[in-house]
Each structure stands twice: as structure tokens, then as C-alpha cells.
Design a protein around this ligand. Structure first.
Ligand code: UTP
Length: 298
């Protein structure tokens, strides 16, 4: 089913970051949620670093009203760099410089937050007719082998799109998109499932499995035609999950249980969990933080 497909390299990634972040109010009233800092970096910088570590060359960020801070963060900052150089703080100057040199950035704007599928569609002209990765701008993953790299490997091996899934407790299925699949296929050490269907936020009773879609995707360009034909769905928004249903039916799609943990840091609890985990791993103060946590009488 997968041998004859034409495979182009995956060079581009789309990072939707135009949502309103209502789950994180009031912090996100003015501040884009993708700019909330986890330890010492904004969320979206972790996502861009995952792209770089996965071999992506072009990052397209979908922004919207009130999201200019994202563009500014990845731009050069000549005054700050010169100030730090003058003060002899060359390490910090270098740290700031590296951010704008991470990768090639482009931006497109979603005028209104009409849904994740709509946000991906806004990047169509920039992606062109190439396979590409999608990384949600508020989800961070921890793995030596980044989830996006694992999905690119599946695409390169099979010629089909692949989305990252992770098992969740059955009582939580209504928080996620859930996949319905054929039985597990082990391929080059990876756990893959051929997708039969996808369901957005099913109740625990209705969920066809407990494999949740976690915010990392590698897709063929055909997804754009699928999204063009997708009417507004749940919440009046054009849902990426609905576009993926068409893609799975018309062309096929893998679900891959990628190594690593996923944090939905656009959610307050997920954000706190990501913060604690990454703070514990921090080379500079992780041990001190661990010792302090132990002292808290929990
Ligand atoms: P979310 O559903 O987490 O974003 O979408 P949201 O709508 O901002 O969240 P809440 O529910 O109001 O808190 C995942 C990613 O997709 C982007 C978001 O910015 C986020 O990074 N997104 C979502 C868009 O770019 N456009 C949209 O219309 C919706």
C-alpha cells in the first residue's frame, strides 16, 4: 500500500499560533499564550527548537491579532545585543543572537481564529506542493529523538502522512481527538497503527480507542485539498481532525506512538507540569529545585 508513493523531503513546518488562548485567561488577555515562559524560554521557542532538531529548514508561524511578540522574539535585537556586548556579557549576547539564527522564519496571518484546520490552510501558499510538519505552538514534548523527527522517518519510510498519538486514561478521551485504527504494526522499532477514522473529543463510552492526538503531524500536501472541502465542524471551527479524516479515507494515514512526553502547555495544569519537569532537568538549578520540592510538605 505504501511502496509506490513519490517522496519529497520534509523541509517545512507550520506552527499554528493564532488561537485566543482562552483556557489560560487572564494571563493571555494581552500576552500570546505561545510566549508564556516555561522555565526561561517562551513555549514557542521549544517548538522551534524541536523543528531544528528534526532537520526542518523553514518554519512558517501562523499568527494573528495581538501576536506580534512572537515575530519580535525571533527577530534580531541589535540594541539589546550591543548593550550586552558593551557590558561584557558576551554569553548573554550570544544567547540572544542565536534565537534569530535558529532557522529560516516566515509568517502568515490568520485574520480570525476560525479553527486549527483553517490556520493550517492559511500556510498553503508558503508550503507549496511539499510534505510538511505541523507542530502546535502550545504543546511541548520531551524526547532525545524529537516526535517530529520520528514522524518524518515514518513519512520517509512509507510515503504516507503520520500523526503522533499517546495513550490517555479512558476518562480523559473527551479532551482529545481520538483515533480508531487497525491492529498495531511494529516497524523499525516504531509502534504504528493504520488509521481507520478520527473522532474529535469523544465521551469515554464512545471513544474507539484511548490513543489521543497530541499535536505533532507530518502531512502530504493533499491535506490542503482535504481542508478546503472541510466545512466548519465542532464549535463552528474548521477542525484539522475533520481534514485528517478525509485524508485518512482518501489516501491513508499512520498514527505513531512516538517516544517522549507531551505537555499541553496551553492548559494551566499542563503548563505547570511542563514547568516542573523542565525545571528538574535544568543543569543550573535542577538539583536545588528538587531539594526545595522535597522540603514542601506535600
Ligand atoms: P488550541 O485549541 O489549544 O488553541 O489550539 P486556542 O483556541 O488558542 O485555545 P483555547 O481553547 O482558547 O485556550 C492549538 C494551537 O492552534 C492554534 C493555537 O494558537 C494553538 O497554538 N490555533 C487554534 C490557531 O492558530 N488558530 C485557531 O483558529 C485555533
Amino acid at each position: 500500500m505504501t511502496q509506490s508513493k513519490q517522496r519529497s523531503p520534509v523541509r517545512k513546518a507550520v506552527l499554528p499560533a493564532a488561537g485566543l488562548g482562552t483556557r489560560f485567561l487572564p494571563a493571555t488577555k494581552v500576552q500570546p499564550k505561545e510566549m508564556l515562559p516555561v522555565v526561561d524560554k517562551p513555549l514557542i521557542q521549544y517548538v522551534v527548537e524541536e523543528c531544528v532538531a528534526s532537520g526542518i529548514e523553514n518554519v512558517v508561524i501562523v499568527t494573528g491579532r495581538g501576536k506580534n511578540a512572537i515575530e519580535d522574539h525571533f527577530d534580531v535585537s541589535p540594541e539589546l545585543e550591543a548593550f550586552l556586548d558593551r557590558k561584557g556579557r558576551s554569553d548573554q549576547a550570544e544567547l540572544v543572537r542565536q534565537i534569530s539564527n535558529l532557522v529560516r522564519f516566515s509568517y502568515t496571518r490568520q485574520k480570525e481564529p476560525l479553527g486549527l484546520g483553517h490556520a493550517v490552510l492559511e500556510a498553503r501558499d508558503m508550503v507549496n506542493n511539499e510534505p510538511f510538519a505541523v507542530l502546535l505552538g502550545d504543546v511541548i514534548t520531551t524526547s532525545a529523538n524529537p516526535a517530529t523527527r520520528q514522524l518524518i522517518d515514518v513519512y520517509e519510510e512509507t510515503g504516507e502522512g503520520a500523526i503522533a498519538v499517546s495513550p490517555v486514561p479512558r476518562e480523559q478521551t473527551s479532551l482529545y481527538g481520538i483515533v480508531s485504527t487497525d491492529p498495531l504494526v511494529e516497524r523499525n522499532g516504531r509502534k504504528l497503527y493504520w488509521i481507520r477514522d478520527l473522532v474529535e473529543k469523544p465521551s469515554p463510552e464512545e471513544a474507539p480507542s484511548t490513543l489521543a492526538i497530541v499535536g505533532r503531524y507530518v502531512l502530504p500536501p493533499e491535506i490542503f485539498d482535504c481542508l478546503e472541502r472541510t466545512p466548519p465542524g465542532r464549535g463552528g471551527e474548521i477542525q484539522l481532525t475533520d481534514g485528517l479524516r478525509r485524508l485518512a479515507k482518501e489516501r491513508g494515514l499512520w498514527a505513531c506512538v512516538c517516544e517522549g512526553k507531551y505537555y499541553d502547555a496551553g492548559d494551566k495544569l499542563g503548563f505547570l507540569q511542563a514547568t516542573v519537569e523542565l525545571a528538574l532537568e535544568n543543569a543550573e538549578f535542577g538539583n536545588a529545585f528538587r531539594a526545595w520540592l522535597r522540603e514542601l510538605k506535600l
